[in-house]
Design a binder for this molecule. Sequence first.
Ligand code: UDP
Ligand code: MG
Length: 311
Amino acid sequence: MKKISVLVPCYNEEQSLPLLLPELKKLMDGDMAHEWEVLFVNDGSHDGTLDLLRQYRSQDERINYVSLTRNFGKEAAMLAGFDYVTGDCMVIIDADLQDPPELIPEMIKWWEQGYEDVYARRKSRGRESWLRKSLSMMFYRMLQQSSRFDVLKNVGDFRLLDRRCINALKRMRESERYTKGMFSWIGFKKKEIEFDRGDRHAGKSSWNYGQLFSLAIDGITSFSTLPLRISTIAGFFVSMLALIYMLVVFFRALIWGNPVEGYPSLLVIMLFLGGIQLLSLGIIGEYIGRIYNETKNRPDYLVDEHNNEKV
Ligand code: UDP
Ligand code: MG
């Protein structure tokens, strides 16, 4: 009998878990053809999430949990999940019921037909502000143009992955993680299904605009060096313009002499160049910062507790 794991990263989800658990139980009880396992990863919640998980575990052996020592972020929490799931395949689902568990049987159906990565594409994004929607569209377009593989629009982490994909993902131990890009990067046989993304049932989204912005930067810098290329090209064009302007100034001085003038244009050019230089330095800095973090080679997460045992 094949085993299916459900991976749920949780950060302060004490309000959502009591809603999610019955749904998962219904699913597991309704499908006797497979063995089931649910793995909750408690990503350093400050509320009663861990107590709930301990309680669930004591009531049902199919429920497992891993509790991290602090909040490491969803990307690291998912990696912890990849390391601890034992199934032949794994479904990653958010704790807040924005990803409908009803879709899981359909994913399993496709998996049994040989697809190794069945991902769900959102037809609608639920209640989100216009600004948030258009910013995320812009980000996807940028990312797509700067990398060699397909980056999927409106596809989140809600998906089913075969054991082979899990093993591939486990080999990617980089500390600057952008898991959504990794799903595409690993390849394998993919199948898309569609769903309507609902609104969060309880609690609130832990992402603010600042975090989303840095996620976007992480996404681009971890899969592409295009920004570096752009600053090279910009530098090249600015130098060409400067050369042309130099010739203009030179010949003008030869023909009409050299009256002292042009203070405003001088200032504008200096400021412009200064700006470009700072921007390029910033871009280089982004990459160096990542190299720095990567070379420290720290573990991506630390586990505090696994199924009622301290680790
Ligand atoms: N999450 C996590 N660690 C974090 C932030 C979020 O494990 O630092 C989990 C959270 O509990 C939820 C999922 O990641 O199950 C998605 O989080 P959220 O709903 O806040 O994000 P959104 O739906 O807005 O993308
Ligand atoms: Mg959510």
